[in-house]
Write a new protein. Sequence first.
Length: 294
Amino acid sequence: MGEVLFTTNDVAGILRVDKSTVKRWTDEGKLKCFRTPGGHRKFHADDVYAFMNEHEYDAHSIQTLPKMMSDEMIIHSIVHRREFNVLHSVCFSAAIKGRKDEVNALFRETLSAGASLTELFDHVLRPTTRKLEHLVTLEKLTVSEFHLAVNVLTSAVILLQQPPKQEQRNKRTVVCVSLGDKAEEAELAALNVLLEQNGYTVMNLGSGVTTPAVTQFLTRTKPYAVIVYSSFPSSANETAQVIDYIAESARANGTRCMTAGCAPTHHLSSTVEPLAHCSTFAEAASMHFELIAR
């Protein structure tokens, strides 16, 4: 199979509408399609998922592509064309339904198809967690479904961990802590996987740890570096204050400090030197801590 194509019947089933509605949407230009020489409508999977994302389709109506998880040729085709939006939509659908095996298989097959870990995390995992956070905020996803999905994603990421080769170990310890809530656990786990792959020993404090507890831990353990992760801040100013506090403690203990995630860091006070920031997993993977002399 060269690429993922849907018929009008397929799209009607996925979106749970009548075929006439699908045809009307295409006639109105709301949903992209093309016609075969015989005049039949065909739909690219990425166009269907783009339509669903644009119109904030209810999570319960999203259907996982039949056999998507076992069809390696489809995955290879999607990865080759870098149409990761299709994969993150499939990932989202499986995660909210608690289909752990399907998410695990999707991650494995995406990597075996040639995608890198950073591409998987930046273009499949992160968009999925963003959509989860957005829908639960809009109350289009229940809190239970949200927690189930995050747990499924986190466990799938952890399964990707592989011990570094002996020559890759650098005997440096990095502390990771999240300023957010449950939604960041999967992304923090992904950051841990990348760090361990680069030979670091990671101490993951997770989310929900108080700022004083973090600074006490840094004072006691004196790690090589600390990474403060934040992608869903409740308050930019509050986030900046917390990062300032942790950065001051890190500097006092000779610990390098950096930030990661999508949360803005430009609000940091002038009392702390500018911190290195990684907004993507690709940036985090290429960051060399020895160059961060803070």
